[in-house]
Design a protein around this ligand. Structure first.
Ligand code: ZN
Length: 347
C-alpha cells in the first residue's frame, strides 16, 4: 500500500463498538432452491440478537435478470427473464420477508451479472458458453470470471471502458427494475466482480444510490488473459467520494463451501476490532445451494455464536446503516485514537 493510502486508512473513521455484517451476493432469478435457502437463513438469523436486541443482518445483493435461453437461441440476440416474473415470486417473497424482519437488507448487484453485449459475443464464439446457457443459464457464478464483470466492454480483451451514456442508461434501468421488484429504490450497490469506473459511480449517485461496497480497491477492467487489471484507486470505510457516494470496505471472506472454517473467519473478525474497523464478510449464494445448505448454516451459526461471545458489545447493522452513521459516530478519546492510527499504520 502506498504511504498516503496508509495514512488515509489510519485516519479513517474509528468505531466505538465492534460491527459485524454478512454481505451475500448473487441472489436472483433462478431455481426455487434459493427460496428454501433464504427461508432457512431467515430462521437462523432470527435466533440471534446483539445486546441492543438487534438481529444479525445479511445483506442480499440481488441480480435482477438472467438470460432467456430459448429466445437467445431462436433470435440470436439477447433476451432475459426478470426477477418480477411470476415464476420467481417465492424468491422475491422470501427476500422481502427477511427485509421486513430486519435480518436481510436488499442491495443492488446488477440488472445482469455481465454486460449483455459481452455475453452475446462470448455466446456466438464459444461452445462452452452455449452449453452454459442451456444447462445452467441462471448460475452466473459458473461463467468464466472475466465474463461476470458487468461494467466494461469486453467484446475483445483487454477490456475497454463502456461509453458513459450507456452506463447511465443501464444504471437507470437496473434501479427502476429493483424498485419494480421490491417496491423501493436501492440505496446500496455492489459492482459485480468489483470492476467499475468513475462513470459508474456517478451514474449510481444520479440514480439515488448512496453507498458503494468496495473491496478497498477499484479494478478498472480485465487484461488480455481476463484477469483483473491493477487497481486504479483505493477506498476506506466511511469515505465520502466526489460522486457523492459513501464507500465501505468489505475485505473478509466467509465461503464455507470453499473450506473457510468458522474459527479461522472468527479470528479475522476479531482482528478488525483493535483497528476499530467494521467486519464486513463476503459470501455468495452458492454456499447455500447444491446440497451445501445444512453445512453452511452450521458454519454460520458457529460464527455468529463465536462473534457474540468473543466481542462484547458487538453490534449488528446493515451496511447502509453503518455507512450513513459513520460520519456521526461519537469521538473516541484522543489517546485511543492515536493508538488506533498507530495500529492501522503498522499492520
Ligand atoms: Zn456477484
Amino acid at each position: 500500500m502506498m504511504i498516503w493510502e496508509r495514512l488515509r486508512s489510519a485516519l479513517a473513521s474509528a468505531l466505538t463498538a465492534p460491527v459485524f455484517i454478512i454481505e451475500s451476493d448473487d441472489w436472483g432469478p433462478g431455481s426455487d432452491e434459493q427460496a428454501q435457502a433464504l427461508e432457512a437463513l431467515r430462521q437462523l438469523l432470527k435466533g440471534f440478537k446483539d445486546q441492543r436486541g438487534r438481529r444479525p443482518v445479511m445483506t442480499m445483493s440481488v441480480i435482477l435478470s438472467v438470460p432467456d435461453p430459448q429466445a437467445i437461441v431462436e433470435w440470436g440476440e439477447y433476451h432475459a427473464f426478470f426477477l418480477d416474473d411470476p415464476r420467481y415470486r417465492s424468491i422475491v417473497e422470501a427476500l422481502k420477508a427477511g427485509e421486513e424482519e430486519g435480518v436481510f437488507a436488499l442491495q443492488l448487484h446488477g440488472l445482469a451479472h455481465f454486460w449483455p453485449g459481452n455475453f452475446m459475443t462470448a455466446w456466438h464464439n464459444d461452445e462452452a458458453i452455449k452449453r452454459w446457457l442451456i444447462d445452467d443459464g441462471w448460475r452466473t457464478e459458473k461463467l468464466p470470471a472475466w465474463l461476470q464483470s458487468r461494467w466494461m466492454d469486453a467484446a475483445v480483451l483487454p477490456s475497454r471502458p463502456l461509453p458513459p451514456a450507456l452506463i447511465r442508461q443501464a444504471v437507470r434501468d437496473e434501479t427502476v427494475c429493483f424498485a419494480r421488484c421490491f417496491g423501493r429504490a436501492p440505496k446500496v450497490a455492489v459492482p459485480p466482480t468489483f470492476v467499475w469506473d468513475e462513470n459508474v459511480e456517478r451514474a449510481y449517485a444520479e440514480a439515488g444510490i448512496e453507498v458503494l461496497i468496495t473491496p478497498g480497491r477499484r479494478y478498472p477492467g480485465r487484461d488480455q488473459a481476463g484477469k483483473l487489471m491493477a487497481a486504479d484507486r483505493a477506498y476506506v470505510n466511511g469515505q465520502r467520494l466526489s460522486s457523492g457516494l459513501t464507500a465501505l470496505v468489505r475485505d473478509l471472506y466467509f465461503e464455507p463451501a470453499l473450506g473457510h472454517r468458522s474459527e479461522q473467519v472468527l479470528g479475522h473478525v476479531e482482528g478488525k476490532w483493535p483497528r476499530r474497523e467494521p467486519a464486513l464478510l463476503e459470501t455468495h449464494r452458492f454456499n447455500f445451494l447444491n446440497g451445501k445448505l445444512a453445512s453452511s448454516l452450521k458454519a454460520l451459526e458457529t460464527l455468529l455464536e463465536g462473534a457474540l461471545s468473543h466481542l462484547p458489545g458487538l453490534c449488528f447493522l446493515s451496511s447502509y446503516e453503518l455507512a450513513t452513521k459513520m460520519a456521526d459516530l461519537p469521538q473516541i478519546p484522543l489517546h485511543e485514537r492515536v493508538q488506533v492510527a498507530w495500529t492501522r499504520l503498522r499492520t
